[in-house]
Design a protein around this ligand. Structure first.
Ligand code: AVI
Length: 325
């Protein structure tokens, strides 16, 4: 899964720092206070996310790899060989090769907002798959974008890994799925990883690990504000909180002030009282039936689904609109 996929939750792209400041001002002034998870992924945040994916408690990445290792051949039998594989997010060094080997695509198109990351991962894959045409596209996949001319006449299969769809609200997820159906075109397939609802302790542990890596990932957002927006936030006065919101079916991550704090960001003053939180991320989880309903609402027809041996995580294959004949 791409640590950068979350960059793509943005809708509008004014210049990076202006947008960051505008959103931080709005989010810290609102009630409840919020900061968007897409700001997690600066260089440090991306490194911390990579570390999260290897944690014993963070079952999502392992489960999805396990599903792909066991079922890639079956996925390939349904999609057929020779499609263009369009990966939404610039791919993982483990999951993408598994799929490339099984699907034998005629081209690979990784799409990501972060050009640097995209070039790096495309170059690494080009070494492993020298005969495969790779066409990286720097784009925000929440927006309308064009696929490279080289794959315009090929049937496509999209891949959206890691349950990144869970970081979107349900209306955003539906909008994203519909936009993806339009981009991938007639007769496309979509392979999508969606995390499932499970035992609450297991869910919370995945987002509040014993080594405190997820806490550092969450707190890095405040450090980033201090670094990039000349902030004076006393980071040590905040603690990482992960809770399961059963009504909304989501893990929420917050940063809670442990004492009254006052600080400035780009010269603007903020006061946060002890016990108040800044809500930084939602990770929605779906029962298998709900996941299928979500796909249908987004214009896709579920064809097949697989899970890991513990039934923690779902990988679903769906087909897009049939061509008008
Ligand atoms: C990127 N995304 C799918 C991760 C998740 O599980 O929601 C981000 C994450 N947040 C905390 N840990 C991992």
């Amino acid at each position: 899964m791409s640590a950068h996929a979350l960059h793509s939750l943005k809708h509008v792209v004014p210049s990076g720092e202006d947008l960051f400041r505008t959103e931080v001002f709005a989010g810290l002034s609102s009630r409840p206070r919020t900061l968007s998870p897409r700001w997690f992924y600066d260089r440090r945040g991306s490194e911390l996310f990579e570390a999260i994916t290897a944690l014993p408690e963070y079952y999502l990445t392992r489960a999805e790899c396990n599903i792909l290792s066991n079922h890639a051949a079956e996925i390939a039998r349904i999609t057929g060989a020779g499609r263009a594989l369009i990966e939404l997010g610039s791919g993982s060094s483990v999951k993408t090769p598994l799929l490339l080997n099984a699907l034998a695509p005629s081209a690979y198109v990784p799409i990501d907002i972060s050009g640097d990351f995209l070039q790096q991962s495309a170059a690494a894959l080009a070494k492993r798959f020298p005969a495969l045409p790779i066409h990286p596209v720097v784009a925000d996949f929440m927006d309308v974008f064009h696929l490279p001319v080289a794959v315009r006449n090929l049937p496509r299969v999209g891949y959206f890994a890691g349950s990144t769809i869970g970081n979107m609200t349900v209306p955003m997820a539906v909008e994203f799925l519909r936009a993806t159906a339009r981009t991938l075109g007639e007769d496309a397939h979509l392979l999508i990883g969606i995390d499932r609802i499970k035992d609450t302790q297991r869910l919370i542990a995945a987002y509040d690990d014993a080594q405190g890596i997820t806490a550092r990932f969450n707190l890095n957002l405040l450090q980033r504000i201090n670094r990039d927006l000349q902030g004076t936030i006393p980071v040590a006065a905040f603690r990482h909180v992960a809770v399961w919101n059963d009504y909304e079916a989501r893990i929420e991550m917050h940063l809670e002030a442990e004492r009254d704090v006052e600080f400035t960001v780009a010269g603007k003053l903020f006061s946060i009282a002890a016990g108040e939180t800044i809500h930084t991320e939602n990770s929605y989880k779906y029962e298998p039936r709900e996941a299928r309903t979500l796909l249908r609402a987004g214009g896709w027809t579920p064809l097949a689904e697989w899970s890991d041996s513990e039934g923690l995580f779902g990988l679903l294959l769906a087909s897009g609109p049939a061509p008008c004949r």
